[in-house]
Design a protein. Structure first.
Length: 576
């Protein structure tokens, strides 16, 4: 067979196979078009799971009469006009393929009116026919798209359609994903003439949790932890489910610049965070929104626009991972305290110096009302203090860059400084492992660790067991073995099978040892545990130091911070 150019009808049907996989894909594309048109109210009507009829109606800006036929043509769009526009896409759609692809495999009616027209106009097209028929119609300002008999002209595709219930569930899932991203838009979903789901707009921050509950359910909201983490041009906010709670819905919703995506990088970062904190593989449940500079992400990767490519993928991964780790660590650290006493939980401050990160406790707890959580998220970016509010917490400054192998360059309001990361890690670990009360809180291991010890190690354990218990290490001997049941939080992610015997050998020849000596031993032992420091990990360390030891900002310990004399450097360069 000779090489030839395919007829437009065949080319359109082939292209439609990339965009229109099933009825849910039609609903997704039409809803995104409505959102791009500025709609605040969208109604979706489907029959027989979308195989018979799909209708999407909105109150957006509409399409002018002279552009109706053009809207159904391939590669016709109002979203972009040049190559530069592809580098800063703000709209949901931009490829100009959706309506053309849908009309290629269905019978489609497009009715629309703009506010400057006295009447609406309707366009009709069918399958492979490229001709578009126009006629006047009655319709308010906005657009309605009706799709009939999807895949009627492609029997092979129709043969792969699932049951009516399955196809409708996919449509419902599309609505959930978009509904989570656009709290400012109201949605109504009907199936076979009955209202199945209705999402009201959340025009105020205090209404966000109500919208979240209507989409994700009460079980998720009840155990959701809101998170807000910012650094530089990256920001992430949303909700992480409490990993300790069971029977939560299976949800993993991730968004980039309010676009629902399925990204392996984000999912991998969250899974690694759960693995890091909990020590076991667990299926995470989350709704997270990542904000990235438009030129730092490429959304023109796949026709469905559900995949993206980050220009700095490693930085994005580390940023998300560290944010999730910090939130999960706070959940683990506070859940036991909240369960043991009825004191009011403490909300961690939003540290401006360490990237303005903010972590809150349960979104629906008695102590934190819906309004308070919303105000916390909304107000966390406000830098000025209103009269009567306390001053910002002490801050070392902003992390500018990393200096190999163990240093970070810090910028404060008045100077530049070099921070020693191992020293900061050592001081922080020592402070965390020194009991301020009778004993440290222990974090139970999910699976008790059994290890074989030497006679000397068993002897040291029996002699110092009470002291170990006071620093949060619950370890007891069983013949020539020892069973470790709990450790303090700073030791949770260490190689305990190696670390505990080393500690016992250190204690073997000591008849008397103080808590601070043990804390110092751990700190010196673990200060170089981080082989490769990332920008996000440095931010997390700095935030912990500022939160736990704010007094170090004004009076840093020895060898922690070195201020750079910029004036002398400038004089040297000027040969003064």
């Amino acid at each position: 067979m000779r090489i030839q150019v395919l007829p437009p009808q065949i080319a359109n049907q082939i292209a439609a196979g990339e965009v229109v996989e099933r009825p849910a894909a039609v609903v997704k594309e039409l809803i995104e078009n409505s959102i791009d048109a500025g709609a605040t109210h969208i109604e979706i009507d489907v029959e027989r799971g979308g195989t018979k009829r799909i209708q999407v109606r909105d109150n957006g800006s509409g399409i002018a009469k002279q552009e109706l036929a053009l809207a159904l043509a391939r590669h016709a769009t109002s979203k972009i006009a040049s190559l530069n526009d592809l580098e800063s896409i703000t709209s949901m759609g931009f490829r100009g393929e959706a309506l053309a692809s849908i009309s290629a495999v269905s019978r489609l009616i497009l009715t629309s009116r703009i506010d400057t027209q006295s009447e609406a106009w309707q366009a009709y097209t069918e399958g492979s026919e490229l001709a578009v028929m126009l006629k006047p119609a009655a319709h308010p300002v906005g657009t309605t798209v009706e799709v009939f008999n999807l895949f009627y002209n492609t029997p092979a595709r129709r043969k792969f359609m699932r049951t009516e219930k399955t196809e409708f569930n996919h449509i419902y899932e599309v609505l959930r994903r978009i509904g989570l991203a656009r709290f400012d838009v109201a949605f109504i979903l009907r199936h076979n003439g009955k209202i199945v789901r209705q999402y009201r707009t959340a025009s105020k921050q205090s209404q966000n949790l109500h919208r979240l509950e209507s989409v994700c359910g009460l079980a998720f909201v009840k155990h959701a932890r809101s998170v807000l983490w910012k650094h530089g041009d990256l920001a992430i906010h949303g909700w992480l489910a409490d990993p300790i709670k069971q029977n939560l819905p299976d949800m993993q919703y991730s968004y980039v610049n309010r676009r629902a995506i399925r990204d392996k990088l984000i999912n991998c970062a969250i899974r690694q965070a759960y693995q890091e904190v909990l020590g076991v593989k667990q299926h995470p449940v989350f709704v997270l929104f990542l904000e990235v500079e438009l030129h730092q992400v490429d959304v023109n990767v796949h026709p469905t626009k559900q995949e993206v490519r980050f220009h700095q993928a490693r930085l994005v991964h580390d940023f998300i991972y560290q944010a999730a780790v910090t939130v999960l660590q706070q959940i683990v650290a506070t859940c036991r305290t909240i369960g043991l006493d009825n004191t009011k939980p403490r909300i961690l401050e939003n540290r401006q110096a360490a990237g303005r990160n903010c972590f809150s406790l349960p979104a629906t707890s008695d102590e934190i009302s819906t309004l308070c959580v919303a105000q916390q998220i909304e107000g966390s970016t406000v830098s000025k203090n209103s009269p009567g509010q306390p001053l910002p917490p002490p801050s070392f400054g902003k992390v500018l860059t990393l200096l190999a192998p163990y240093y970070a360059l810090i910028e404060s309001s008045s100077s530049l400084s070099i921070l020693s990361l191992p020293v900061a890690k050592r001081y922080l670990t020592e402070h965390q492992l020194t009991p301020r009360t009778d004993q440290l809180h222990s974090q139970p291991l999910l699976i008790p660790l059994r290890m074989i010890l030497s006679n000397e190690e068993i002897e040291a354990l029996k002699y110092h067991q009470l002291m170990l218990q006071k620093i949060g290490i619950l370890l007891h001997a069983d013949l020539n073995q020892a069973i470790l049941n709990a450790v303090p939080l700073p030791l949770r992610q260490q190689n305990l099978r190696k670390l505990i015997p080393e500690l016992l050998r250190y204690l073997y020849d000591k008849t008397s040892v103080m808590h601070n000596q043990i804390a110092s031993w751990f700190a010196n032992r673990l200060q170089y545990e981080v082989v490769g420091w990332s920008h996000a990990r440095v931010i997390q360390l700095l935030a912990e130091v500022e939160r736990i030891c704010p007094q170090w900002v004004k009076s840093p310990p020895e060898k922690l911070l070195l201020a750079l004399n910029i004036e002398d450097a400038i004089k040297t360069l000027n040969n003064e």
